[in-house]
Design a protein around this ligand. Sequence first.
Ligand SMILES: CC(C)(COP(=O)(O)OP(=O)(O)OC[C@H]1O[C@@H](n2cnc3c(N)ncnc32)[C@H](O)[C@@H]1OP(=O)(O)O)[C@@H](O)C(=O)NCCC(=O)NCCS
Length: 168
Amino acid sequence: MIRPLHPDDVPALDRMLARCSPESIWLRFRGRPNGFPSSYLQRCLTGEQPALVDEQEGEVVAMGSIGPVPGEPGVAEMAVLVEDRWQHLGLGRRLMLALLVQAGPRVVRMHMVRSSLSAHLATTLRVLAVERHGSETVLDVDARSAVEHWSERRRDRGERGDVLVQPG
Ligand SMILES: CC(C)(COP(=O)(O)OP(=O)(O)OC[C@H]1O[C@@H](n2cnc3c(N)ncnc32)[C@H](O)[C@@H]1OP(=O)(O)O)[C@@H](O)C(=O)NCCC(=O)NCCS
């Protein structure tokens, strides 16, 4: 079930991070934090950077956030982490779709290190700009194309709709 992040989720996020491989943590944070950075969590919990979690079997197994980019109206930066044993099952796509539908940006910016993933997104979504900074690729994607593609993939796969609890 996808739902908004709640302050009580912080211990569950720590448990989730402890179950993640060092590689996944590196791909998400470009570092090896022992917990979600507190300044980031604070922004998520105040709504400055709206965040959603995916709960499976009573545990938080994925977390994603989306937030405005200062000085760039209509652009939002999105970041997602799905714990390893739940990867490649469509959870990341569902979470990203829910974040985009909730935030409604025109352009979504994603920072990626894994070249296979950035290449896949670049071929399946409408990319407006690409920048490379060392090993990192920054993709600016037309948000509507992402919503359409990910909604279609969900339909193709016959995935059922999640209960998305509205904030507040
Ligand atoms: C990247 C990540 C969020 C994707 O979540 P996921 O649940 O594993 O991905 P999904 O199963 O929902 O797949 C989503 C799409 O990405 C593609 N994909 C996923 N991982 C991929 C990879 N390593 N290489 C190429 N394509 C990949 C899938 O084929 C799918 O494509 P489609 O929508 O066209 O069918 C997850 O693997 C993760 O948390 N990785 C570590 C952190 C990270 O890299 N975060 C991204 C930067 S913030």
